[in-house]
Design a protein around this ligand. Structure first.
Ligand code: KG4
Length: 333
């Protein structure tokens, strides 16, 4: 079954052709350079750029797979969660295609597709497993009980992990998207000099909180500027990265132990973080936990993961019609 998948939930316009877990083509047109001058994504600009790019991106994905519109068996699209205007571009384009081609329309939840990014290069990975989902807008710890069944164990009480990286990076004047830059700079320093707080959540065993850490960094930057002192940017980056990883790793491994999981997958943009990858691998090995990450090119937003998840949604009968609408927020389960 060949699926043409479309993704437009934030600042990447993407299309892919997939067949079950196999990626026949994957095209991503990113808007990062355009949003960089504003220090973050401007929703109105994102919607306009999706509108301009979507048709060409879909044609490119078909051409790269060596097929035409008449060869596809279904159209899949990210319908939630994300920026509403951006999502609407993909949803309406997909609805039009499905109608014109008379092929099924498969709505895909963005976070489910991030998890599915793990299936692409890990043929042996199948539910049940535990998943830590860490992106720019979401931080969720969930049991993946089946390909389309999820049980949330915890989530962030305030900022997402990626948001904490992006906003602390921005406070230090680093280029958007800050998480990537912060990760690179952090490798040059030792996290000792600044007494930044260790994020804590007193109730909610598997919940996360990152806003205290973010505020501490913003205050540190502002107070230093007022005193005319320079902060040691690499050291702050290393400290933020360490604190965020501490919390993510600690809660995830406790959940794995409590619920008896020996298979763990990490998903979302922050799964590209180098410290998270290394430390989790080091901690999982002695515990006998099989650890999975998506390939780096599938950690961020892309349509290949949408197509792979769509295959399982289709098998489960989750088909959309012309009444499909986009939604800014919908839980994964
Ligand atoms: O999954 P994603 O591409 O978009 C959402 O669906 O939210 O995630 C983007 C987030 C951004 O916050 C970005 O800074 C972060 O992932 N990110 C990283 C790294 N690469 C991307 N954060 C930390 N370390 C990285 N290497």
């Amino acid at each position: 079954m060949k699926i043409l998948a479309i993704e437009s939930s934030c600042d990447e316009t993407a299309a892919a052709v997939t067949e079950e877990r196999q990626v026949l083509s994957s095209i991503v047109s990113t808007q990062i350079a355009e949003h960089r001058i504003y220090g973050g994504v401007v929703p109105e600009i994102a919607s306009r750029r999706h509108t301009e790019a979507i048709s060409a991106v879909c044609s490119d994905a078909l051409a790269a797979a060596g097929i035409t519109y008449s060869d596809i068996d279904a159209v899949a699209v990210t319908f939630a969660p994300g920026l509403i205007g951006a999502l609407l571009v993909g949803v309406n384009f997909a609805k039009g295609l499905s109608l014109a081609l008379n092929k099924p329309l498969i709505p895909v939840h963005h976070l489910r597709s991030h998890i599915a990014a793990n299936y692409i290069h890990n043929p042996e990975l199948k539910p049940p497993f535990l998943c830590l989902l860490v992106s720019g807008g979401n931080t969720v710890l969930a049991e993946v009980t089946d390909y389309t069944k999820f049980k949330i164990l915890g989530g962030t009480r305030d900022d997402a992990a990626g948001e904490c990286f992006d906003k602390t990076a921005r406070a230090m004047g680093l280029a958007y998207p800050g998480g990537v830059t912060l990760d690179k700079i952090a490798t040059k320093a030792d996290p000792k000099k600044y007494p930044l707080p260790f994020p804590k959540v007193s109730s909610g065993e598997f919940d996360f909180s990152f806003s205290g850490l973010k505020t501490a960094v913003v205050n540190l930057v502002n107070h230093s500027a007022q005193k005319g002192e320079e902060i040691d940017v690499p050291v702050v980056c290393a400290t933020v990265r360490q604190r965020v990883c501490d919390m993510l790793i600690d809660k995830t491994l406790k959940a794995a132990e409590k619920y008896g999981y020996k298979t763990l997958a990490v998903a979302g943009g922050v799964s590209a973080n180098s410290e998270l990858r290394t430390r989790l691998a080091d901690e999982c090995r002695p515990k006998g936990i099989s650890l999975y990450f998506p390939e780096l090119k599938y950690c961020g937003d892309n349509a290949a993961m949408v197509g792979v998840q769509a295959f399982y949604e289709f098998k489960d009968g989750n088909i959309g019609d012309s009444s499909l609408n986009a939604a800014a927020t919908i839980p994964i389960d």
